[in-house]
Design a protein around this ligand. Sequence first.
Ligand code: MMA
Ligand code: CA
Length: 170
Amino acid sequence: MKWSWYIFLPSHTVIENTEAKLNDTTRDRDELKEKLNVCGDYSRQGWVHFGGSLYYISSEQKSWQDSRSDCQQRGADLVVINSREEQEFTRQFQKVTWIGLTDRETEGKWMWVDGTPLTMSFWGNGEPNSHDGNDEDCGEMKFLDNENSWNDKPCDIETVWICEKLLSVA
Ligand code: MMA
Ligand code: CA
């Protein structure tokens, strides 16, 4: 009887494809590790996760603009409220806080800090009112017992603020 041994070697194309897939997987792993590190850093600084974002409530009080700058230095911006759920989440801090809403550019035209116009709103009763003819061009969370909790108030009043950092999905 005659015996033969066959060794099946993968073709060059198969080897190259496998190497390419390994490279992709290694890159994906490194990107995920980096994201995990970033999330860990934010979490240690007191940020909390909700929906697709991280949120930070300040311990200090600053003007609206300085609050915004602080958020930007943290790789974020003042909170932009896009849903009832996010409104409720923001309100449950039970603190009077700046939110990322202003009509500084054009009086009466309320804009979010991400450049989108205000569509869904949660103004308190009678707000915004530019109270007593004051320039109240910045938005805050104020009437904490009511879902409609927003107030317009002068931007230079020092207040606690909430930052939001959107997490990228990809
Ligand atoms: C404050 C101030 C205003 C707000 C009213 C609501 C007295 O002024 O926060 O912006 O509209 O309260 O009563
Ligand atoms: Ca007001």
